[in-house]
Design a protein around this ligand. Structure first.
Ligand SMILES: O=C(O)CCC(=O)C1=CC=C[C@@H](O)[C@@H]1C(=O)O
Ligand SMILES: [Mg+2]
Length: 321
């Protein structure tokens, strides 16, 4: 006997979360639960506004159609729509046991650039010290100084930076000029420094600072390739698609000698804990980029270890199927 359930959620965000120039006041999405005999699996379907091509309404329609077919005992192919394929494939992988329980709950702390706040947090990280700092939001020179300051103050720290394609070649140069050349190897990578891939490659060539692709993975002409200066690809499963596709991308990256970083698309704690399991399973050597729960005001259904946020149960959400 099969059973399907679908809930819609809306979690208030911390004030001041800005994504691609728009404020994200709430995180909206769907949670799905599949029951097959005595087995159950859950998944999260939350297209990220400004990043996903699909809207939540579109995702809900596609998910409902697939769920109705699955419930009647047919095993339809998963939809192409990335957020839907991701959530449904996680639920199926919990039922089949394919997705292991063991999780990597370490997350590279995400910092928006207040150095004082950072010092205390970074000093407290046990083991490998890697943090992610957003750049490109303020003056490039200020970004360069913050990076220098952090790397100078904490000798075993390595940084991942993310410019979200915010810099012109000139601004990227201004940034690089401020970073002490001795520290540059401790920048594990900077995600998408410039507006175009060619400009980002040029930046890596000229500065010796490694780059990573994130936005590029979702462009139709993108192909996985090893290139000088490229050290990593950032894989956001909600924007990528099914677990099979995520796994294939991780394998392609590894085959080319690239680091694959499993990263959050600001999922609720349910999706995030699954991403921590996916990271432990597929990228066990790499710290995932999952430090986004604190941007929210509540957790959903499953708790992230030691989070102080309240956890809402399924019963408190709006059931839509
Ligand atoms: O990658 C991480 O460490 C955390 C996730 C993260 O930084 C992001 C998630 C979603 C949207 C973005 O603004 C941002 C990114 O661009 O990578
Ligand atoms: Mg990024």
């Amino acid at each position: 006997m099969r059973r399907v359930e679908l809930w819609r959620f809306q979690v208030p965000m911390d004030a001041g979360v800005v994504l691609r120039d728009r404020r994200l006041k709430t995180r909206d999405g769907l949670l799905v639960r599949l029951t097959d005999g005595d087995k159950q699996g859950c998944g999260e379907i939350s297209p990220l506004p400004g990043f996903s091509a699909e809207t939540l309404e579109e995702a809900q329609n596609v998910a409902q159609a697939w769920l109705q077919t699955w419930q009647t005992g047919h095993n339809d192919e998963l939809p192409e729509m990335p957020s839907v394929a991701f959530g449904l494939s996680c639920a199926l992988a919990e039922i089949s046991g394919e997705l292991p329980q063991q999780a990597d709950y370490r997350a590279a702390p995400l910092c928006t650039g207040d150095p004082d706040e950072l010092f205390a947090m970074l000093a407290a990280i046990p083991g490998e010290k890697i943090a992610k700092v957003k750049v490109g939001l303020y003056e490039a020179v200020r970004d360069g100084m913050v990076v220098n300051l952090l790397l100078e103050a904490i000798p075993d720290l390595r940084l991942r930076l993310d410019a979200n394609r915010g810099w012109t070649p000139l601004k990227a140069q201004q940034f690089a000029k401020y970073v002490n050349p001795d520290f540059r190897p401790r920048i594990a990578f900077i995600e998408e420094p410039c507006k175009t891939r060619e400009q980002s490659r040029e930046f890596a060539r000229e500065t010796g600072i490694a780059i990573a692709w994130d936005e590029s993975l979702r462009e139709p002409d993108f192909e996985f390739a090893a290139e000088p200066g490229l050290s990593a690809v950032v894989i956001k499963p909600t924007l990528t698609g099914s677990l099979a596709k995520v796994r294939q991308q991780v394998e392609q990256a590894h085959a080319l000698g690239l680091t694959a970083v499993i990263s959050s698309s600001i999922e609720s704690s349910l999706g995030l804990t699954q991403l921590a399991r996916i990271a432990a399973w597929l990228t066990p050597q790499t710290l995932p980029g999952l430090d986004t729960l604190s941007l929210m005001q509540a957790q959903l259904v499953r708790e992230w270890p030691n989070s102080p946020l309240p956890c809402w149960s399924l019963e408190s959400l709006e059931r839509v199927l």
